[in-house]
Write a protein that binds this ligand. Sequence first.
Ligand code: SAH
Length: 258
Amino acid sequence: MNKEQQTIHEFDLNIIYDFFSNTERQGPGSPEETLKALSFIGGLTKNSKIVDIGCGTGGQTMVLGENTQCKITGVDNWPDFINKFNQNAQVKNLQDRVKGIVGNMENLPFQEEELDLIWSEGAIYNIGFERGLNEWRKFLKQGGYIAVTENTWFSEQRPTEIQDFWQKAYPEIDTVANKVAQMQKAGYLPIATYMLPETIWTDYYAWQKLRRESFLKIHEGNKAIERFVDSMQYEAELYDKYKSYYGYMFYIGKKIKI
Ligand code: SAH
């Protein structure tokens, strides 16, 4: 990577962090949906270990912390998010059981068969759904669970505009049937699969709209920021137009012998 590219790359990361750091969540999701997914997980005790991968500032992790007695580790590769995460845990008085660490989901620092539950909302796409399910499986005990959200096509056919957009943004986007088959193939029994409500996106994009406006004001005349904001606005407009064709699904699986 040459010097110029690296600078731009770093600058972009800073823009994204700056944009998203002051919100409870960095992706579509809600406490209600986190709790619903948690209701499918059996057998958690105070000795159980949960890892939340791509935890961001920990909106969903704190919900897990408040509704279980487990030891929970949040992992994110963005140190500033992890700092906020640990502050949030402290504010909620969960710091003895809920800890954030800086780490890469492609190279996680856990032992084989150490974990009872792997959680990941709005983040597995960074490694890819299939690869994440396959690589993370070794960290789970037999009978342990995985719960992830993933962008999914609702229909077999889609209009070209939205097909092309997501094909470029996330080529692994696929239908529910294919995602469930991937989960089974990776060595999990699919326990539950369901659609997250449209409101998790509309709330997320409504927040984004307000943030975009103030962000542009703060950074007036900054072309890189304008491009970043435009691309997010385009994604939000596409969602509004094509939301019957795609959205987030929760996929919950139980590690079985293969
Ligand atoms: N789970 C949170 C955040 C979702 S945004 C929520 O639902 O609100 C996706 C997160 O994945 C970001 O916080 C980003 O920093 C993190 N991430 C991206 N690539 C990663 C990687 N390779 N390893 C660990 N975390 C990563």
